[in-house]
Design a protein around this ligand. Structure first.
Ligand code: AMP
Ligand code: MG
Length: 272
């Protein structure tokens, strides 16, 4: 396994210690911005090949979960790291506040139907983790209901793994200062105003509660089979590099191959 995968993975049964983890790396991290972006471009090309192989082989499934606070970079990561992949084999599922119909069911009901099928890769922009994050902080469900959900989440993800899904979970870890800067950008730039939701400031006001909820969620659900990675995410070029490296590593480890050619293909002649 690559160096970054080891550095940022949260070991099973261990608290991530978010307060002690880096959010903003130095200018020379990953060889510096220019080198990091070059390397990310190479990794993106490799990711494209691996996804093509995943699709062609049609056997394995890949689920990638992205969680972060507002302005944490979920949208940007999805746009940049997966740029150029074949849309036929990749889907994104974004989870918003549940509808009445979704609320009438168990919390995994709306999630399970988006789990990837054979040969597919699915990216979750937010996920079932919201049900132990915002729901916990805002008290949207009774405490004992939330408490039981950690076990349900672990069992659900193990089910996916047991049935052939590779599960990778990324927490994009930004600092309070970086969030302020990004909110300011959204407020000031007319082209980005649409991304500024005044309600996000209420969430920002509860920063410490959210950090505690993430600490709990990540600490209780990072397993050998469905690991969490805490990514220093203040610098976008470093975030993209590290996530790309971890994904390429994981996909290379799947030992995929193209399906065999139809028998007798050498004898077939294509008529004029
Ligand atoms: P965004 O990702 O910025 O479009 O915002 C989506 C919003 O939906 C966020 O404020 C989330 O906290 C909220 N959300 C997502 N899932 C849930 C959930 N299960 N319960 C309550 N709110 C949720
Ligand atoms: Mg938002």
């Amino acid at each position: 396994m690559g160096e970054n995968a080891n550095t940022f993975r949260v070991l099973p049964g261990v608290r991530p210690g978010l307060g002690d983890r880096v959010t903003r790396v130095g200018d020379d991290a990953g060889g510096g911005k220019d080198a990091a972006q070059e390397r990310s471009a190479d990794l993106n090309a490799r990711l494209e090949e691996l996804q093509e192989l995943l699709y062609a082989e049609g056997r394995q499934k890949v689920l990638i979960v992205f969680q972060a606070l507002d302005a944490g970079g979920k949208d940007g990561t999805i746009r940049r790291v997966f740029d150029g992949l074949n849309p036929q084999g990749v889907s994104v599922a974004s989870f918003k506040a549940p509808t009445d119909e979704e609320l009438a069911h168990d919390f995994l009901w709306r999630v399970h139907r988006h789990a990837p099928g054979a040969g597919h890769m699915t990216l979750f922009n937010r996920s079932h983790y919201e049900d132990v994050l915002v729901v916990k902080v805002e008290g949207l469900a009774p405490a004992d209901t939330v408490e039981r959900r950690y076990g349900h989440i672990a069992a659900f993800e193990q089910l996916l793994v047991d049935e052939g899904t590779t599960v990778l979970k990324f927490f994009l870890h930004i600092s309070r200062a970086e969030q302020k800067e990004r909110f300011q950008g959204r407020r000031d730039d007319p082209d980005r105003n649409w991304k500024f939701n005044p309600g996000d400031l209420d969430v920002r006001a509860r920063w410490d509660d959210y950090m505690d909820a993430y600490e709990e969620a990540i600490g209780r659900t990072s397993t050998a089979d469905a690991p969490w990675y805490v990514i220093p995410a203040d610098r976008k070029w470093y975030r993209d590099l590290v996530i790309s490296e971890i994904l390429v590593d994981a996909l290379e480890g799947l030992d995929m191959s193209y399906p065999p050619a139809p028998s007798g293909i050498d004898e077939i002649e294509i008529p004029d």
